[in-house]
Design a binder for this molecule. Sequence first.
Ligand SMILES: O=C(O)CCC(=O)C(=O)O
Length: 267
Amino acid sequence: MTTQKLRLALLQMHVEAGSPDANFRRLTDMLEEAVNTGDKPDLIMFPEMWNTGYALDQISGLADSHGERTKALLSAFSRKHGVQIVGGSIAEGREDGVYNTIYVFDEEGNVQADYSKIHLFRLMDEEKHLQAGDKIGRFTAGKTEAGMMICYDIRFPELARKLALAGTKMLFVPAQWPNPRLHHWRTLLLARAIENQMFVIACNRCGTSGTSTFFGHSIIIDPWGEVIAEAGEEETILRAEIDVSLVDQVRSKIPVFEDRRPSLYES
Ligand SMILES: O=C(O)CCC(=O)C(=O)O
């Protein structure tokens, strides 16, 4: 089986709630560091709602209108450095409200795909301030079919399974997952990787906003459920090289997708 290597860099950053200017500066610094130190990555990803944080009371004033500011920065950066970007997610302003949206950029700076979070997290009142997306998120990472979920979405195994059945071999997950649920974060991500036999690449934020603390622990898990790399709680760039051909090896060893009995458990 031929190898299909992909070098990843996850920017586990602190996010200032309500301060897009500070967050754009911090992200720009970390992007520069990602391409100017260590092995140049093929793909860079960052956390959920990195532009505004969870300043939900002010979100309609802070959101990036149609993602224009974000697209200007990330399109130019991906083109200049020939790197693919899964642009975390941003608060994106549209005519009908604010969405929590990922933009993906190819190595030439084109917007390749977008995905808006479809499950809003009521514990943080997201449904009072944000609009839910209405389509699933897929794109090609390197040469491989990939899917996207945002934070709370990982509690919905049906979505990950749908993406896997559609051909996804790598799942990208930006998040702002707070304490005290580190156990949920790791267990759910490991389960999504093992049950769907795919890479799970998840980037969480770190630091404190108001009364919420975020534990980081960005993580890259292979389709056998092994942790390839995992960050601690501090701001950092988590790097790893993965070999996507491992997905086919695992799927042929334990042929879960051939053994499914959907007629018995799907309505
Ligand atoms: O599901 C959880 O425990 C955390 C989810 C979350 O913080 C989010 O979706 O923003």
